[in-house]
Design a protein around this ligand. Structure first.
Ligand SMILES: [Zn+2]
Length: 251
């Protein structure tokens, strides 16, 4: 087969997968055999769950499109689609259940604080993460891009920032979750939904001052952790409000 040349341009924040941190990333590839667009994109280091829209010579294509001739390829992330029609997009938004890899404990607790369902085990290996993801129809959160490239992954996200709050904002934006925020409804330790707790029933588990000053309690039905609006509560509320306004683009 006659060798052919692809000119690829990666738009928006897909440049996080390249060394150039400013502007779009451009790459040229020489190929000698027919290759799917998905394989070409991933060979450049960009996992397929990060790609929302592809143009080959200005035509919209899907991941299974096969390249066999010289072409110019434009690759767009989820948040750079401008006026792209919904039915041409390759990624879903509105997924609100996740599984996070063992390095994302901070992000996991933060998303749970906002009420989101995040499966997490610090020692989970790749195979276990993919199993939970597939069985429970969760989106995979990981900074291991090789894992995101696994063909079984349908929905996933590579947090750009290393900072927990920034990552939280990224995930809420990426999956369009701002309307689903429900703070203080989920256990930060184990992910279960919290229930109301009767003060009389948990009295023996409370510190003396907590007994005196607080009347409203929630308890995790699984790990039995008790939550109440104590001194840490205001700090958390402030953090939640800050993140909410950032998500809305106010700050
Ligand atoms: Zn719990």
């Amino acid at each position: 087969m006659k060798p052919f040349t692809l000119r690829l341009r990666f738009h928006g924040d897909l440049n996080v997968f390249f060394r150039s941190k400013a502007g779009d990333a451009a790459i040229e590839r020489q190929l000698t055999e027919k290759t799917s667009i998905k394989d070409v994109i991933e060979s450049c280091g960009v996992p397929h769950p990060e790609v929302d829209f592809i143009l080959v010579d200005e035509q919209t294509v899907g991941f299974d499109y096969t390249l066999a001739n010289d072409a110019s390829v434009e690759v767009f992330p989820v948040h750079d689609h401008g006026t792209i029609p919904t039915d041409k997009r390759l990624q879903d938004v509105g997924i609100s259940r996740f599984v996070a890899d063992g390095h994302l404990g901070g992000l996991t607790r933060s998303l749970r604080l906002f009420g989101f369902d995040v499966a997490y085990s610090q020692n989970a290996d790749d195979r276990q993460l993919l199993e939970v993801m597939a069985r429970e129809n969760r989106a995979l959160l990981t900074r291991d891009r090789r894992l995101l490239m696994h063909s079984i992954v349908q929905h996933g996200y590579y947090p750009r920032s290393q900072d927990r709050d920034e990552q939280t904002i990224e995930v809420i934006r990426r999956f369009g979750l701002s309307e689903l925020i429900a703070p203080f409804t989920r256990c930060l330790r184990c992910n279960a939904l919290l229930g109301e707790a009767n003060k009389a029933e948990i009295m023996d588990k409370l510190e003396p001052l907590t007994k005196i000053y607080y009347d409203q309690f929630r308890r995790c039905p699984d790990c039995k952790q008790i939550y109440w609006p104590g001194s840490h509560f205001r700090k958390l509320q402030k953090r939640i409000e800050e993140i909410r306004s950032r998500v809305r683009g106010e700050a």
